[in-house]
Design a protein. Structure first.
Length: 230
């Protein structure tokens, strides 16, 4: 089994190779989406039931202890393009696994953090990308539930994109008329009329009440702008 698994990392056939370690809800959802995009995905978990549950869906799946350097080497992990530590419930295992992946020279290491302190430790280790799925989703849903925006995505520490409806006060005006960047500090990235697809925005784009627009900018400015319509 181990020898066959090694071929994922060493015989790439053009597709990027990714190891997803931890097959809970987040790890499984991530791995399945990666498979859909054509990536070669190796799923790893210490729980035999989770391994069996994903046996048919993933490129390869194996039961292994991700805190064991010898086991990771046997699976050919150093040859993978990327690895994602999707372990959430076991803080020690998450940190040890991330540390080993970095030591093994995996080019891109992503790791799920369950708290700010957990994320800080992962960053101090040198993890290339630390993600906070629960915290990010909580922020996103909060903005949607509050009615301030239709969707909300944080792209950086102080930069977000939000989807919001065009308020009545903007009806019939063009983006050039509104001077969004100078007046509100936001950029209108795209707009969509009801029943249509999103289109890139231009200065001559005319806004109408009920249209949806995607805006980007600093967090405070985007949030203030989205509140204008409510």
């Amino acid at each position: 089994m181990a020898n066959r698994l090694k071929t994922i990392g060493k015989e790439k056939h053009g597709a990027s190779t990714i190891a997803v370690i931890g097959l809970g809800r987040f790890g499984t959802a991530l791995a399945l989406e990666l498979v859909k995009t054509g990536r070669e995905v190796l799923g790893i978990d210490s729980d035999e039931k989770l391994v069996q549950a994903n046996a048919e869906a993933l490129t390869q799946v194996v039961q292994a202890n991700s805190t064991d350097e010898a086991a990771l080497r046997e699976l050919g992990i150093p040859d993978f393009d990327s690895a994602v530590v999707a372990i959430g419930s076991d803080l020690e295992a998450s940190i040890l696994t991330a540390s080993l992946l970095l030591q093994l020279g995996v080019p891109e290491v992503w790791a799920k953090a369950t708290s700010v302190s957990h994320g800080r430790i992962l960053q101090q280790l040198g993890v290339h990308h630390v993600i906070f799925p629960e915290m990010d989703m909580g922020k996103r849903v909060a903005h949607m539930v509050s009615g301030e925006s239709l969707d909300y995505i944080q792209l950086d520490e102080d930069f977000v994109m939000a989807k919001t409806e065009v308020p009545e006060s903007f009806d019939g005006k063009t983006l050039s008329d509104m001077k969004f960047r100078s007046n509100h500090g936001v950029t209108v990235v795209a707009t969509r009329k009801e029943g249509a697809s999103y289109l890139p925005s231009f200065p001559e784009t005319v806004l109408h009440t009920g249209d949806v627009m995607i805006v980007s900018g600093r967090t405070s400015q985007v949030e203030e702008f989205c509140r204008m319509g409510w």
